[in-house]
Design a binder for this molecule. Structure first.
Ligand code: 4AD
Ligand code: MG
Length: 430
């Protein structure tokens, strides 16, 4: 019977076939120990010379790291074996004998590995991150489904900017210019007016000249948007969503968190309610902090976010930023026109911004003013203005950067390890 390593517990003492690749191997006289990986896990498989045919024993002996093979044998439960099971090989087939796989268990530089990303994905740590990324996506989708949100995706080609014109990728779209989307939000607002509670989830693009551990030029963003919602609703959605997603990962990706040496105890603390503070309160903390060069009125820099992000063992929700540093669509605070009804959610342990969101400007006249102030093309926004002409209501939502969220949950420093094939300012290959 063909099975996978993650299902071995169901087959103790039975004879099964595993199909995979050699992760590591050692030999001792009449014995080969193969660490077989099959995509679902790693299992030690033992070949005794006397138990298998000569050719197979010979071939396993010659097969280097990443040789492909299927192995049939009896599953033994063994507490000392990594993963808890071992396969006693009876028969099998070596599909390809490999010699000289470029990524060995020794330490390689990151640049070397990034150039071989197509192979690097096979490594244990990358495997764990990709499996957790998958669980984050499932956890998010399950959450939104339970909460009654409908997935309505936004386009990637767009005629207008959403987050400011300085980070747009241009492209030729037949005989006119188009941009790659920076955010699906404006379309999600239209979808919310049609379906109530929606989210879009897809790739977004930023031509940011940032070479930090938090920036990709192509990243995935999940953006919920709710009709009849105010800032308070946006805040509680954000904390409930993050908590539910972390809980889903803890439940379904225990072994992967272990590979990454990520403390489950730390993650278990991520439950609502999250601490909140206003921009002004955060500014006061930074002003008194020796490591901050923050100036009041500016957006927080990465070092400032790191300081704030280290204050609590739950994500921090910072609200009411100066409208001058935020996007045109954010609604101003009726109590203080210089601030807007927005939130940035900063992860724990210094990771910085995971989520940016707001209540949206719902007045046609004010939105017209904002578009002018930001020097945006009125023509391109005509359709968006219709949402304020026909049945405008208070509404809001946010965007969660998937890779930042995955990095935070994994305890992985750099977002480039949190997407299968990272695109950054310096790198578009492989
Ligand atoms: O804060 P941002 O720019 O917000 C928006 O785009 C809104 N339109 C979202 C909305 O309200 N629907 O981006 C949202 C999140 C950030 O908090 C961050 O997690 C992630 O997207 N992000 C990036 N992730 C990786 N690389 C980049 N260059 C990123 N820029 C933003
Ligand atoms: Mg932001």
């Amino acid at each position: 019977m063909i099975t996978t390593i993650e299902k071995l517990a169901e087959h103790v003492d039975q004879t099964v076939t595993l199909r995979g690749w050699i992760y590591n191997k050692s030999s001792k006289g009449k014995l080969h120990f193969v660490q077989l990986r099959d995509g679902t896990g790693v299992c030690q498989c033992v070949a005794f010379k006397k138990d298998v045919d000569e050719e197979l024993f010979e071939n396993i002996g010659q097969a280097g790291q990443e040789s492909s093979l299927s192995l049939t044998g009896q599953v033994r439960a063994d507490d000392r074996a990594p993963g808890g099971f071992e396969l006693s090989i009876q028969s099998g087939q070596v599909h390809q004998i490999v010699d000289g796989y470029p990524i060995t268990p020794k330490d390689h530089g990151t640049d070397f590995l990034l150039s071989r990303r197509h192979l690097w994905l096979r490594s244990r740590r990358q495997w764990a991150v990709m499996r957790i990324r998958d669980a984050v996506i499932t956890g998010l989708r399950n959450f939104f489904d339970r909460e009654g949100f409908v997935c309505v995706d936004s386009p990637m080609f767009t005629p207008n900017a959403c987050e400011g014109t300085s980070t747009l990728f241009n492209l030729d779209y037949f005989d006119r210019q188009a941009f790659l989307t920076q955010s699906g939000q404006l379309y999600a607002e239209a979808s919310a007016m049609a379906l109530g509670k929606v989210f879009c989830f897809g790739p977004t693009f930023r031509a940011e000249k940032s070479k930090t551990r938090r920036h990709l030029t192509e990243f995935w963003m999940l953006e919920p948007e709710m009709a009849y919602a105010e800032l308070e609703d946006v805040l509680s959605l954000a904390e409930n969503m993050l908590s539910a997603t972390v809980a889903h990962v803890i439940e379904h990706r225990g072994p992967e968190l272990e590979v990454l040496e990520r403390s489950v105890e730390t993650l278990q603390k991520i439950v609502p309610p999250f601490p909140r503070m206003t921009y002004d309160e955060a500014a006061k903390i930074l002003a008194e902090h020796p490591d901050s060069s923050f100036e009041y009125g500016e957006d927080f820099g990465a070092p400032d976010e790191t300081i704030l992000s280290n204050l609590n063992d739950k994500p921090l929700m910072v609200t009411h930023y100066p409208s001058a540093v935020k996007a045109f669509y954010m609604k101003r605070d009726p109590k203080d026109d210089s601030k807007c009804l927005c939130v940035d959610v900063l992860g724990t342990e210094g990771v910085g911004e995971l989520i940016g969101g707001s209540q949206r400007e719902d007045s046609l006249d004010l939105l017209l003013e904002r578009i002018q102030e930001h020097d945006l093309s009125m023509e391109a926004f005509e359709w968006y203005l219709d949402l304020r002409r026909y049945g405008s209501v208070p509404h809001g939502g946010f965007g969660l950067g998937l890779e930042r969220c995955v990095g935070w949950i994994c305890g992985v420093e750099h977002v480039r390890e949190c997407i299968p094939f990272p695109r950054t300012m310096q790198r578009m290959e492989p």
